[in-house]
Design a protein around this ligand. Structure first.
Ligand SMILES: Cc1cc2nc3c(=O)[nH]c(=O)nc-3n(C[C@H](O)[C@H](O)[C@H](O)COP(=O)(O)OP(=O)(O)OC[C@H]3O[C@@H](n4cnc5c(N)ncnc54)[C@H](O)[C@@H]3O)c2cc1C
Length: 391
């Protein structure tokens, strides 16, 4: 039977990027391999991400992918941001999360909610030289994020913020924080308000940095708000609308974490395959044993499935279509298979897999957080189930 010829109106396969996307993807891939690759181990051991590499993220336009050109950004798509996060994470998931938080969460929130004045003031900085953090979680409010204890007291032309934020990615390097506090505690979560906070604002301090299992080069810090004075003009959206800002941006952020996890899983598969080609036992390469081949084949299949979920959620977002459950599925599935792929990659390596002489032990450590941040796997399942059971 003759195959039908593709027509112009035929839908594009999800795994086939456009020419522009392909060029972008290739340039990020090359940059990640050549410029970040040599420093991955050093940064993991030191627990610090190199400042010169962050400067290169800015000069390459990777920190303002969707920011319009008039504000100094690249005027690109959300899908491109996802491609960038995947490519960076395939070399170093810490690099991936820095670019992810900037683009899929912080820039996105401003693009949707900021006033023209706020956009003019902050977007050029976010695209050009200022790392951003998203500060929602606290010691007492993680999955139940809206139970936050941080308070914002209305003083007319300004708010005074008090409280502590915990687990804030990028905080050591950030100059800008999208931060949530409750301005009307009596109204419950309807009091939560989003604030644009600069590091230099009085009463703002970055506290202790966590010493983590994985993603060690990505900073995770506490924030201390001690009568932190934020001008009223720096409320993002309206007072009491913060829960909407938080939820909408997290929905997009979850697709970004999915991209981080498929990049990580891809790296695990590449390392496992390369090792299976050269390691010999019983007079053969281990890749000649069906038991090893099947592990690699399973990994490849799961990664392909995860990538399609992530790409489809990103395409839905760019098309302006609903993507809430799809984003939750993408994040849930990608983080589950990434942990599995990294674990299997260690097993394919045998004993050397658990040593620091090979990169797979780091991928295994880095994978663990995928099932926890930006909503644990249980929270993603709750979101999916809610949609399934909605009347
Ligand atoms: C490295 C790192 C980086 C982070 N970066 C950021 C950041 O940049 N900004 C930010 O705001 N936050 C950040 N976080 C916080 C992260 O989003 C929270 O850790 C996460 O949401 C889980 O909250 P928790 O740690 O309080 O766990 P908990 O909410 O206490 O959850 C503990 C366990 O209980 C389960 N659970 C809780 N509620 C339910 C329920 N209703 N049904 C079923 N199971 C449930 C969870 O699934 C989990 O297994 C980061 C965390 C880490 C570790």
């Amino acid at each position: 039977m003759a195959l039908a010829q593709p027509t112009e109106s035929a839908p594009t396969p999800l795994s086939v990027p456009t020419e522009d996307e392909k060029l972008f993807q290739a340039s990020v891939r090359r940059f990640a391999r050549e410029q970040i690759g040599p420093y991955v181990r050093e940064m993991d051991e030191a627990g610090v991400f190199r400042k010169d590499l962050i400067a290169q993220f800015f000069s390459m336009g990777l920190m303002g992918i969707e920011i319009p050109e008039e504000h100094g950004g690249q005027g690109g798509s959300f899908f491109q941001a996802v491609l960038a996060v995947e490519e960076l994470s395939a070399v170093d998931p810490s690099a991936g999360v820095i670019v992810d938080v900037q683009n899929t969460i912080c820039n996105n929130a401003l693009l949707r909610w900021a006033t023209p004045v706020q956009k003019a003031r902050y977007l050029p900085r976010l695209a050009g030289n200022t790392v951003a953090s998203y500060a929602l979680s606290e010691a007492g409010s993680g999955s139940d994020a809206f139970a936050m204890a941080s308070r914002a007291e209305d003083r007319g032309d300004r708010f005074l913020l008090n409280g502590r934020k915990l687990w804030i990615t990028n905080a050591a390097e950030a100059g800008f924080f999208l931060l949530f506090a409750n301005a009307r505690p009596d109204a419950g979560y309807h009091g939560i308000t989003a604030f644009l906070v600069e590091r230099a604002f009085p009463g703002f301090q970055v506290g202790k940095k966590e010493d983590k299992l994985g993603l060690r080069a990505s900073s995770t810090c506490e924030l201390i708000l001690d009568n932190c004075s934020v001008p009223r003009d720096n409320v993002l959206g309206e007072v009491g609308q913060g829960y909407k800002v938080a939820m909408e941006t997290l929905n997009e952020g979850r697709i970004g974490i999915g991209a981080q996890m498929i990049g990580l899983a891809r790296a695990a598969l590449e390392h496992a395959t390369a090792y299976a080609r050269q390691r010999k036992q019983f007079g053969k390469t281990i890749g000649e044993f069906q038991g090893v081949q099947f592990e690699l084949a399973r990994m490849a299949t799961e990664i392909e499935a995860a990538r399609l979920l992530v790409y489809n959620a990103a395409r839905l977002r760019d098309a302006g279509m609903p993507f809430l459950a799809e984003a939750a599925m993408a994040k849930y599935f990608s983080s589950e298979i990434a942990e599995k792929a990294a674990s299997k990659a260690i097993e394919v390596h045998g004993g050397v897999g658990v040593t620091k002489d090979y990169p797979v032990e780091k991928l295994y450590r880095d994978a663990k957080i995928g099932r926890i941040y930006e909503g644990t796997s249980n929270i993603q399942l709750l979101t999916i189930a809610k949609k399934l059971l909605a009347k």
